[in-house]
Design a binder for this molecule. Structure first.
Ligand SMILES: *[C@@H]1O[C@H](CO)[C@@H](O)[C@H](O)[C@H]1NC(C)=O
Ligand SMILES: *[C@@H]1O[C@H](CO)[C@@H](O)[C@H](O)[C@H]1NC(C)=O
Ligand SMILES: *[C@@H]1O[C@H](CO)[C@@H](O)[C@H](O)[C@H]1NC(C)=O
Ligand SMILES: *[C@@H]1O[C@H](CO)[C@@H](O)[C@H](O)[C@H]1NC(C)=O
Ligand SMILES: *[C@@H]1O[C@H](CO)[C@@H](O)[C@H](O)[C@H]1NC(C)=O
Ligand SMILES: *[C@@H]1O[C@H](CO)[C@@H](O)[C@H](O)[C@H]1NC(C)=O
Ligand SMILES: *[C@@H]1O[C@H](CO)[C@@H](O)[C@H](O)[C@H]1NC(C)=O
Length: 338
């Protein structure tokens, strides 16, 4: 059995930021064909934080000292009369650290939790807080923020319960004054054939709109290419940090493995992913290679400078694919220089 390994590359330039950097909330029914009166769903919260200000540990963020009061529940904000009983047994926002980078001051955390709701529930669920980092356009401090996801357990017209699309991204994203950037947000949907679209968020009835240069993008799935009614709506909230023109703005390049990787279930594989700094090393150095969309159980070592060419850095990835990973898997990495 062979797997194709797709490696998607992004690259960008870096500086720094504050504590909560955004995130996304997705959901999936445990059994999409469930006909019973109560349906179990898995809600997955993924957040991005400033590291090591927030520690890489279990139960982020309350495991960081001084943050013990930061736990809260995801709350229903709209259509709560049809929340299927969610509000009587809500889940909290605690997640577990999944990766961290000291050079990029970034940490990501994720956790999946099950909830049982009555069949046909449909409502908007939000993580709300008030400590969004200060923004510059226009200058704002202490803004409220919320990440809202739309859950709809009513059967789709094709007979089963929908699963929300999944987005993977890195926050913050860095932009340079007067330079066009392209922000890639890899999205996927387990419901084959669904049309997945992204849009900038707009006003949600009953909820205040807030858009600065923290950007909220929404990823929605539609039953086909012509439908205009999304079956679910997943928030993607990230920060865009605009920096002045760096001395060297040439992006580093990621050098993929020099051969096609053929991987077998149960057999461990190691490969190097290298990045080359195209700037004069006295002006900018490569600071890290970040995995923005990883593969379950794939691990990697530290960024290491090549002993033969000081512009080249590499990271060794190790993975033993499992039977349930047969098919294509996507690995997305970003190389940063500073
Ligand atoms: C649920 O109902 C549909 C339609 O009545 C049926 O096709 C399907 O097999 C049922 N699913 C289960 C798990 O019983
Ligand atoms: C969160 O929900 C749980 C029940 O699931 C409840 O015990 C707890 O008090 C709630 N926390 C807050 C901050 O509302
Ligand atoms: C959710 O429930 C399913 C089925 O009972 C179980 O396999 C899964 O491990 C549970 N997930 C969590 C995060 O508890
Ligand atoms: C950006 O472009 C504008 C318009 O061309 C120009 O006025 C401004 O000086 C530029 N800013 C920088 C930092 O290059
Ligand atoms: C990665 O590169 C280093 C340095 O060139 C080398 O020593 C190591 O064997 C490589 N690892 C793999 C798995 O190719
Ligand atoms: C990676 O770097 C960390 C921090 O510098 C260090 O503790 C760890 O041992 C390193 N890991 C490897 C495999 O070299
Ligand atoms: C590093 O490798 C690149 C590409 O092979 C080459 O262009 C560059 O001159 C090398 N740099 C050094 C310091 O050897």
């Amino acid at each position: 059995m062979c797997l194709g390994l797709f490696i998607l590359f992004c690259y960008f330039i870096f500086t720094n930021a504050t504590h909560f950097n955004g995130g996304t909330i997705g959901w999936a029914p445990v059994n999409p064909y469930d006909n019973s009166t109560s349906v179990k769903i898995t809600i997955t919260q993924s957040y991005s934080w400033t590291y090591p200000y927030i520690k890489c540990a279990s139960n982020v963020p309350i495991s960081t000292s001084g943050w013990s009061g930061a736990n809260t529940n995801l709350t229903c904000v709209v259509d709560c009369s049809t929340d299927g009983g969610y509000s009587s047994a809500p889940i909290n926002i605690l997640t577990d650290c999944t990766s961290s980078s000291s050079s990029l001051k970034m940490m990501t955390s994720e956790k999946s939790k099950n909830v049982t709701l009555s069949a046909g529930a449909h409502f908007y669920l939000a993580y709300r807080g008030s400590a969004w980092v200060g923004l510059n356009d226009p200058a704002q401090q202490g803004l409220d923020w919320s990440i809202i996801t739309y859950i709809d357990l009513r059967k789709r017209s094709d007979g089963f319960i929908n699963t929300s699309p999944v987005a993977k991204f890195v926050s913050p994203q860095y932009a340079i004054v007067n330079k066009t950037i392209q922000i890639n947000i890899p999205v996927s949907d387990v419901n084959a054939g669904d049309d997945v679209r992204c849009r900038w968020s707009t006003y949600t009835s009953g909820y205040r709109r807030r858009r600065r240069s923290n950007d909220e993008d929404r990823v929605e799935d539609f039953i086909d290419g012509t439908s205009i009614i999304p079956m679910s709506s997943v928030p993607v909230q990230f920060l865009i940090y605009v920096q002045s023109q760096p001395v060297c703005s040439t992006e580093p390049i990621i050098i993929p493995p020099d051969r096609c990787l053929e991987v077998q279930v149960g057999i461990s594989i190691s490969f190097n992913l290298s990045a080359m700094n195209l700037c004069n090393p006295s002006v900018a150095t490569l600071t890290d290679i970040l995995v923005s969309s990883g593969i379950t159980s794939m691990t990697h070592g530290n960024l290491t400078q090549s002993s033969t060419n000081s512009s080249i850095y590499y990271m060794t990835f190790t993975w033993t694919p499992q039977t349930n990973q047969v098919g294509s898997q996507q690995l997305c990495t970003t190389a940063y220089t500073r």
